[in-house]
Design a protein around this ligand. Structure first.
Ligand SMILES: C[S@@+](CC[C@H](N)C(=O)[O-])C[C@H]1O[C@@H](n2cnc3c(N)ncnc32)[C@H](O)[C@@H]1O
Length: 413
């Protein structure tokens, strides 16, 4: 794109191109100041901070994109992940639709956007306490396991932690569907902390010993935290709460979404070759009884798939996957409505997959024109792919596309 210029923001310089007003809107959305105070970090505010999720959109970015490009709604996010755009759409008073092929994402986005009365939240905490009491009783009575654990769980958890989790799950299963659904999310939020993993992706080198009863206490504390986060979030909502719907759907097909076109799509697809959502959430899906098969068949951009490809083949595959998304999105947007995409450059080995090039190419091939762009250089720490960003840094980009092929990149004056 021609006519580039730089804007300076706290988070680093941002290059913009295309229609000035829209490019400035994208730049403002990317210009999120680095967090200085962990307790007041907007990235972890109210329901946003309840559960980790890889490559979550920054809530300020989502909020600004909703405000600038949401057209008052309805807004669709077809890669909704943990539901950041949907939460911010609710706060902005816009109706929204979210979909994702990851069943954990669908549960999380649904759970974060569902409204609950104060009485329901009180009941939730009471149910968590009842589950914990039952788990403590089973622990003291040395009740043993309710079922045979898979080898993966035996390797991941200390035996007494596994037994406590088993008892908690027995209690959760007996709750009403709405409470059960919330308590399963609480369980999902604490699973890795209770395991021998250091984080979602690494294994602890030295064993950590958790005291008996710790898992149960953490479960109750996390339920209380969830209730508090929901209360704070719900206070931010307008009196007329807009509807929100979350579905399991493949963004390269989008067959399950209603036919009425939306006013804007605001989304962040996976970053090619960077994450494996299936592998990342396999433990949580197993504990929540979620079916991983659709994600196993249809996840796009997954690191394990791209690791097997030569750079040229990886680039071609990513372009095709983006094209399939663009084609699916076509029937869902009102004429001339914006499709806003946030995506970072990624790499296969020492070769960069430049999101701006690929989005422009895939868009053109599927009848979308790139109208505006903002790009911010971001540090890259991944050793094996460092060489890919030696000459030109890795950028986080935000794009606005519209249907049609005519060039609309306006010159700067
Ligand atoms: C970058 S994340 C989105 C994060 C989200 N914006 C948030 O703030 O939590 C990309 C998402 O794409 C999903 N995904 C991968 N392949 C998909 C497909 N074919 N259809 C729909 N979603 C897919 C992943 O499960 C993941 O949730």
């Amino acid at each position: 794109m021609k006519h580039r210029r730089s804007l300076s923001h706290v988070g680093g310089p941002i290059i913009t191109a295309g229609a000035r007003c829209e490019a400035d809107g994208l730049a403002a959305a990317l210009a999120v100041p680095p967090a200085t105070d962990a307790d007041n970090d907007p990235a972890r505010s109210h329901v946003h901070g309840f559960h980790t999720y890889p490559a979550r959109l920054h809530p300020l970015t989502a909020a600004r994109l909703v405000k600038t490009f949401g057209q008052g709604g309805p807004i669709l996010d077809p890669f909704c992940g943990s539901g950041t755009v949907l939460v911010e759409a609710l706060i902005a008073g816009c109706a929204s639709l979210g979909s994702d092929l990851n069943p954990l994402a669908v549960r999380l986005a649904t759970g974060k956007t569902r409204l609950r009365s104060a009485a329901e939240l009180e009941q939730l905490v009471a149910c968590a306490q009842a589950c914990a009491l039952q788990a403590d009783e089973r622990r003291c009575a040395k009740a043993g396991a309710s079922r045979r654990f898979p080898a993966a769980d035996v390797a991941l958890f200390e035996p007494h932690v596994l037994l406590e989790l088993d008892s908690l799950r027995l209690g959760i299963t007996a709750c009403t569907p709405a409470v059960r659904s919330d308590l399963e999310l609480v369980l999902s939020a604490i699973l890795v902390k209770l395991s021998r993993k250091e984080s979602d992706t690494t294994r602890r080198t030295s064993p950590r010993r958790l005291p008996g009863g710790y898992a149960t206490q953490l479960f109750v504390a996390k339920t209380r935290e969830f209730a508090t986060r929901c209360t704070i979030f719900q206070r931010l909502l307008p009196p007329q709460r807009p509807p929100v719907t979350v579905l399991l759907d493949d963004a390269t097909q989008l067959e399950r979404l209603p036919d009425q076109p939306v006013a804007a799509i605001i989304t962040s697809p996976p970053y090619a070759a960077t994450y494996d959502y299936l592998a990342h959430h396999e433990l949580r899906m197993r504990w929540l009884g979620l079916d991983p098969a659709p994600l196993a068949r249809g996840e796009i951009g997954s690191r394990s798939t791209y690791a097997r490809l030569a750079p040229a083949a990886a680039r071609q595959r990513w372009r095709q996957e983006l094209e399939r998304f663009f084609q699916a999105a076509t029937r869902l947007l009102k004429a001339d409505a914006p499709l806003v995409v946030v995506m970072a450059d990624s790499a296969v080995g020492s070769v960069a997959l430049r999101a701006d090039e690929l989005i422009a190419e895939a868009g053109r091939a599927s009848g979308w024109r790139l109208c505006a762009q903002a790009s911010q250089a971001r540090p890259h720490f991944h050793g094996p792919t460092l060489a890919a960003f030696r000459r030109r840094p890795r950028y986080e980009h935000a794009f606005v596309l519209r249907q049609g092929s005519s060039a609309t990149v306006s010159p700067r004056h």
